[in-house]
Write a protein that binds this ligand. Structure first.
Ligand code: KG4
Ligand code: ZN
Length: 367
């Protein structure tokens, strides 16, 4: 396609970079003047092989791996998009939250390109990028209720607009993706844990063990997974050594418990969101983040949304896990509003989406 700046009179072409955790990614996205989006290139290289021997992401290894391949991925993405640097309208990079070493790699690279090409620079919030992905994939615009479930975050938010979030619920201990990863480790299923637990659960009997459904029925739509994790560990220890069927049954039992608990929390959040947004406001329910790739969770939440009169939206699996198309898109959305960042914008390893949100009850609040 013809991406040259002179001939493309409308819209903006944005290069996005993602380096906040264990995926290095570069993408080129076109945002048309009517607000619709199109992915021209989306290149992702995962570092799982590097981290697997350690059973989790090692920050220093992650940062080094980003340095080694980010330039190659940018070249590939630009080639695939048929674009040169002069064709770009802006550069966007993840500024946080995430692992500081990796964030610095992406942010500095993005700034260098912006400086050299005299382009606007956008320091993107990684969670905002997950939150806005449905605008790229389905053209859905705020307001909507969002369940954001990733390796580090589990939140229910009312998305009112770009940069405008009201947090309704968060986890008081582990994030949902973290709970999947820890369960996988305990069951010897490897890394990353979410897809491995989902796969193992397919052959399992979810009803074999009586596992707790954390936070069910609580007024505020917060989450907790630490107690369930302990119950899973006790169940596994009581049966050790585990046979393949035991592993499948525990995985299925764990997945059923989290799906039921999450659905209950979302049901509560739907009631609150409907009140907050008022009568006549559209009722949309969006699920995003790496764990949104889970088929059982998607199916359960789709059913819940239908039951409560909400339309249901979830990005395709490859755009749920970390990628740079979502970063480029969030950058393009901010650019359209004139929300450009200075070249001395800092990385923000901890960066809440809703700055006014009060800490949730519980001791070990992480999100
Ligand atoms: O959003 P993401 O790619 O990275 C972060 O920003 O954290 O989410 C990664 C998390 C990991 O914990 C991974 O195990 C989990 O998402 N995940 C899944 C599935 N695919 C990825 N969890 C459950 N089922 C899946 N199919
Ligand atoms: Zn993420």
């Amino acid at each position: 396609m013809d991406t040259s700046r002179q001939r493309r009179t409308e819209g903006s072409l944005v290069l996005g970079l993602e380096t906040s955790c264990d995926e290095t990614a570069a993408a080129v996205v076109l945002r048309a003047a009517d607000g619709s989006g199109r992915i021209l290139a989306n290149v992702v290289r995962t570092q799982w092989e590097r981290h697997r021997p350690y059973g989790g992401v090692v920050p220093e290894i992650a940062a080094r791996a980003h340095v080694e391949c980010l330039d190659i991925l940018i070249r590939d993405a630009m080639r695939e998009a048929g674009a040169g640097f002069p064709d770009l309208d802006a550069v966007a990079a993840t500024a946080g939250p995430g692992l500081i070493g990796g964030l610095i790699v992406g942010l500095v690279t993005g700034k260098a390109i912006a400086l050299a090409c005299r382009l606007p620079f956008l320091a993107v919030h990684h969670l905002e990028a997950h939150a806005l992905t449905v605008g790229l994939t389905e053209g859905l615009k705020p307001p909507y209720l969002l369940l954001l479930v990733s390796g580090g975050h589990t939140q229910l938010l009312v998305v009112r607009g770009v940069g405008n979030y009201e947090r309704l619920g968060t986890t008081i201990d582990d994030a949902l993706g973290e709970a999947f990863d820890k369960t996988a480790k305990l069951l010897g299923l490897g890394f990353p844990g979410g897809p491995a637990v989902e796969q193992a659960a397919r052959a399992g009997n979810a009803a074999r063990f009586d596992l707790p459904r954390p936070m069910m029925g609580r007024e505020e739509p917060h989450f907790s997974f630490a107690g369930l994790k302990t119950a899973v560990r006790r169940t596994a220890e009581a049966l050790a050594p585990l046979k393949p069927q035991d592993v499948a049954d525990i995985a299925a039992g764990f997945q059923a418990a989290v799906v039921q608990s999450v659905a209950d929390r979302c049901r509560r959040a739907m009631d609150i969101a409907a009140q907050r947004l008022g009568q006549g406001a559209p009722r949309h329910f969006v699920v995003a983040g790496g764990v949104a790739a889970n088929e059982r969770l998607r199916a359960s939440l789709r059913g819940l949304a239908e039951e409560r009169g909400f339309s249901f939206h979830v990005p395709p699996a490859e755009l749920c896990s970390d990628n740079a198309a979502m970063i480029a898109w969030a950058g393009a959305e901010r650019l359209a509003l004139g929300l450009i960042d200075p070249l001395d914008a800092a990385v923000r390893p901890r960066w809440p989406l809703d700055l006014d949100a009060q800490p949730a009850i519980g001791a070990g609040v992480k999100a």
